[in-house]
Design a protein around this ligand. Structure first.
Ligand SMILES: Cc1cc2nc3c(=O)[nH]c(=O)nc-3n(C[C@H](O)[C@H](O)[C@H](O)COP(=O)(O)O)c2cc1C
Length: 188
């Protein structure tokens, strides 16, 4: 697929399905992720894959981490349990922030965000669908613990990757003039 076409036409895909993402496809995704820009080559980004029955276990952990979870309605319980089942592959993108005199935390987070965007674009270029989500799971202590994260790890997102299972929306045509302007030095 033409690179510009992929970059300009990609849309997020909220409904995804199997078959499973192959090892070769995963390698392509992470090759793209690891080519993201990264100030001072600190390599702050980490990626954890969750597939198959591991997704069921994660959903259970998410459910049981809720206060008084047995009192939740069946619908709410199922919603929580099924969150990781929304795609055959869930990639947790994590930024392991380190202290650096020239590279502040925000720049390290942006580097991981760029890695996520590369995964979204690479998925699209492979003919797959993907969506970047955060939501409840990104801020959940039990999820952080089960993923083995430490205090310097920040979950930047959960990237759901699979095969498109819905009608794709058309990419919006945003008027560039609303977002882009040329600066010219004022003559004084
Ligand atoms: C950091 C970040 C977190 C997001 N979290 C969620 C989320 O939790 N749930 C959701 O439905 N969309 C979330 N989104 C938005 C989608 O990923 C997507 O960008 C949005 O649906 C617009 O679709 P588009 O990418 O096709 O323009 C998030 C986006 C970003 C950048």
């Amino acid at each position: 697929m033409d690179a510009l076409h992929a970059l300009q036409q990609r849309v997020s895909v909220p409904q995804l399905t199997g078959p499973n993402i192959t090892n070769e496809q995963k390698q392509q995704l992470f090759k793209a992720a690891l080519r993201a820009p990264d100030h001072a080559w600190l390599r702050p980004s980490r990626y954890v894959t969750i597939e198959g029955d591991a997704r069921i276990s994660l959903g259970q952990i998410l459910l049981e981490s809720q206060e008084d979870w047995t009192q939740l309605s069946k619908i709410k319980q199922e919603k929580l349990q099924n969150m990781p089942l929304r795609a055959p592959l869930v990639i947790v993108a994590i930024c392991h922030v380190i202290e650096h005199p020239k590279v502040p935390r925000d720049e390290q987070l942006l580097a991981t965000g760029a890695g996520v965007q590369n995964i979204l674009n690479a998925s699209w270029a492979l003919g797959l669908g993907a969506i970047w989500r955060t939501g409840d799971m990104a801020h959940n202590e039990a999820i952080r613990t089960t993923l083995g994260l430490d205090k310097d790890d920040i979950i930047v997102g959960f990237v759901y990757v699979g095969h498109v299972n819905c009608t794709l929306k058309a990419p919006p045509e945003l008027p560039q003039a609303d977002f882009v302007r040329a600066w010219t030095p004022s003559k004084t």
